[in-house]
Design a protein around this ligand. Structure first.
Ligand SMILES: O=c1ccn([C@@H]2O[C@H](COP(=O)(O)O)[C@@H](O)[C@H]2O)c(=O)[nH]1
Length: 280
C-alpha cells in the first residue's frame, strides 16, 4: 500500500505545494450571502470543493465549523470529504485530537480506518498528553496509508509559552515533539507520513527541523498575518516539504468559483516563488 508521505509527495509535485482550508466562519457565510445554518454550510463547502477539489494538492476542512451544526453538520463534512477525495485532493481533517492512548485508538478508528464514514487521508493531532499517547494513530496511519500532523510550533501567539518551555534535558517541548516525529519518519522515502504543524507567523523557529523527513504544515498565512516570503525565515533550509496552508485568504475571494480558483493560483504562485527563491 502506498504511504501517505508518498501520496503527498506526488500530489505536491503534480498540483503544487498548497493546502487550502475549508473554514465556514459565520462572517464568511454572511460575506458570501449565505445564511448561518445547515444550508449555508452545505453550499459554502460544496462551492469550495467544486472549485478547488481537482486542482489543490491538499484540502483541510476545519472540523469545528461543521461540528457547530451537530450531527447534520457532520453529515455535510462526510459528504464533502467524499467529494474532495473523489476529485483527487488529499483531505487533511483539522481536528487536533489527543487523549490517553486507549481513547486515541477510537479517534484512529474514526479518521484513519477506511471503513469509517469520516475516513480522511490525514488528521491533525495534539501532543499535549505526550507524543507516545498518539501511538494508536501512528499505527493506524501505517496500516491504512494515512498521515498524522502533530502540533509543534503553532501559529497563535499563546502557543509559545507552552511549546517553548524547556524540560529537564534542556530541550523545548516543541523540540521534543519534533525529535519524536523525526524518529517515526527515519528512512522513509520519498517522504515520511508523519508531519508537524509549524506556523508561518512565528519567525525564526530556533528549532532543529533538519531530521523531520516529513511534511511541515504551515498555517497562519494570509488572515493571521503570515506572508509567503516568511516561509524562508521560518523554515530556513528545510523548505522542500513545506506545505503552506491558507483558509480565509482564499475563501474570502468566493463565492465565484473562478475567483476562488484565481485566489488559490495566486497564493500558490507566491509560495512557489518563496520556496524556489531559496534554491528548491
Ligand atoms: O497552528 C495552527 C494550527 C492550525 N490552524 C488552523 O488553520 C486554519 C487557519 O485559518 P486562516 O483563515 O488561514 O487563518 C484554521 O482552521 C486554524 O484552526 C492554525 O491557524 N494554526
Amino acid at each position: 500500500m502506498e504511504t501517505f508521505g508518498s501520496r503527498l509527495h506526488r500530489a505536491m509535485a503534480e498540483r503544487g505545494p498548497l493546502c487550502v482550508g475549508i473554514d465556514p466562519h459565520p462572517a464568511l457565510l454572511a460575506r458570501w450571502g449565505l445564511s448561518d445554518d445547515l444550508e449555508g454550510l452545505t453550499r459554502f463547502s460544496q462551492t469550495v470543493a467544486d472549485a478547488l477539489g481537482d486542482r489543490v494538492a491538499v484540502v483541510k476542512p476545519q472540523s469545528a465549523f461543521f461540528e457547530r451544526f451537530g450531527s447534520r453538520g457532520l453529515a455535510v463534512l462526510e459528504s464533502i470529504i467524499r467529494q474532495l477525495r473523489g476529485a483527487g485532493a488529499l483531505v487533511l481533517l483539522d481536528v487536533k485530537r489527543g487523549d490517553i492512548g486507549s481513547t486515541v485508538a477510537a479517534y484512529a478508528d474514526a479518521y484513519l480506518d477506511p471503513s469509517s464514514p469520516v475516513h480522511v487521508d490525514a488528521v491533525t493531532a495534539s501532543p499535549f498528553l505526550g507524543v507516545g499517547s498518539l501511538a494508536p494513530m501512528f499505527d493506524a496511519a501505517r496500516s491504512h496509508g494515512g498521515g498524522v500532523f502533530v502540533l509543534a510550533l503553532t501559529s497563535n501567539p499563546e502557543g509559545a509559552s507552552v511549546q517553548r518551555a524547556r524540560g529537564a534535558d534542556g530541550r523545548t517541548v516543541a523540540q521534543t515533539v519534533i525529535d519524536e516525529i523525526s524518529q517515526l519518519n527515519e528512512g522513509a522515502q520519498p517522504l515520511g507520513s508523519f508531519g508537524l504543524v509549524v506556523g508561518a507567523t512565528i519567525g525564526e523557529t530556533g528549532h532543529d527541523l533538519s531530521k523531520v523527513n516529513g511534511p511541515l504544515l504551515a498555517p497562519g498565512l494570509g488572515a493571521q498575518g503570515g506572508r509567503a516570503a516568511d516561509l524562508r525565515t521560518v523554515f530556513g533550509d528545510e523548505l522542500s516539504a513545506v506545505l503552506p496552508s491558507y483558509s480565509r485568504e482564499v475563501l474570502g475571494a468566493g463565492p465565484d468559483p473562478a475567483a476562488l480558483r484565481a485566489a488559490a493560483d495566486r497564493v500558490l504562485a507566491d509560495c512557489r516563488a518563496a520556496l524556489t527563491a531559496a534554491g528548491q
